[in-house]
Ligand binder design. Structure first.
Ligand SMILES: CC(C)(COP(=O)(O)OP(=O)(O)OC[C@H]1O[C@@H](n2cnc3c(N)ncnc32)[C@H](O)[C@@H]1OP(=O)(O)O)[C@@H](O)C(=O)NCCC(=O)NCCS
Length: 204
């Protein structure tokens, strides 16, 4: 199998990191997956089914809110490609949509917070999150110029914890008894990664 280099592309044609301007959708071309900017017209039955699958939303706050085409379209509409980004994760092999990624930017503090949902459970255990987050970290540090990336996860979300540690994130905060999970409360763990640490790990 040939391994393509990771590229970041402005949707509409112009290639290269410098071409991006706030408000322009960005496509991230990774090794096995493409992250394509998700728009309202792409909200389909598949997306709704993911958001109604109890296993998929088990660790998300969205499980406590009713999900519909109306609510999902409103969510997707709120992304502006300025401070809020959303992508569909598409497997290059078969062009199959497997999930969504988000990135929230805090310009004032130079922070970015990524998120992921792998809705196609056949793709769990295939390093989708790791590959997608690697692309998002490149985008956040390289293109958006943030100083730090952070993620929060329920302590019970072992796959997320595992992925974040593998990405080099450091555990920076532990908030006991902080969030709902099933019929109990569990801890929220906060992870962080500084620009310098990402640069060091990506040139390894
Ligand atoms: C969280 C999520 C994105 C992870 O998907 P994924 O990356 O395919 O997860 P995997 O099944 O590959 O698990 C990741 C790693 O955690 C490990 N892991 C998973 N469950 C585990 C468990 N119960 N105990 C120990 N390790 C576990 C896996 O072995 C895997 O390790 P590897 O990378 O060495 O193979 C996916 O479950 C999902 O979309 N969940 C719903 C949304 C969500 O929770 N988003 C994150 C919010 S913080």
């Amino acid at each position: 199998m040939t391994v393509e280099p990771r590229t970041l592309e402005v949707v509409g044609g112009v290639l290269g990191r410098d071409a991006w301007a706030p408000g322009t959708p960005y496509r991230l071309n990774l090794e096995r997956f493409v992250l394509t900017p998700l728009t309202e017209s792409m909200v389909d039955r598949t997306y709704l089914d993911w958001m109604r699958d109890p296993e998929v939303i088990r660790f998300l706050d969205s499980r406590y809110k009713p999900q519909s085409f109306v609510s999902i379209r409103a969510f997707v509409r709120s992304f502006d490609n300025v401070d809020r980004f959303i992508w569909r994760v598409i497997a290059k092999d078969g062009l199959k949509p497997v999930g969504n990624c988000t990135l929230f930017l805090d310009r004032v503090n130079g922070l970015a917070e990524p998120g992921v949902v792998i809705g196609e459970k056949a793709f769990w255990g295939q390093n989708v999150t790791f590959e997608a987050y690697t692309g998002l970290y490149d985008f956040a540090f390289g293109t958006l110029g943030v100083e730090k990336i952070f993620s929060k996860t329920r302590s019970t979300n072992l796959a997320a914890v595992w992925n974040l540690r593998k990405l080099g994130m450091r555990r920076e905060g532990f908030f006991p008894n902080h969030v709902r999970f099933d019929d109990r409360r569990v801890a929220l763990i906060w992870y962080g990664l500084d620009r310098a640490d990402w640069r060091a790990s990506s040139t390894r």
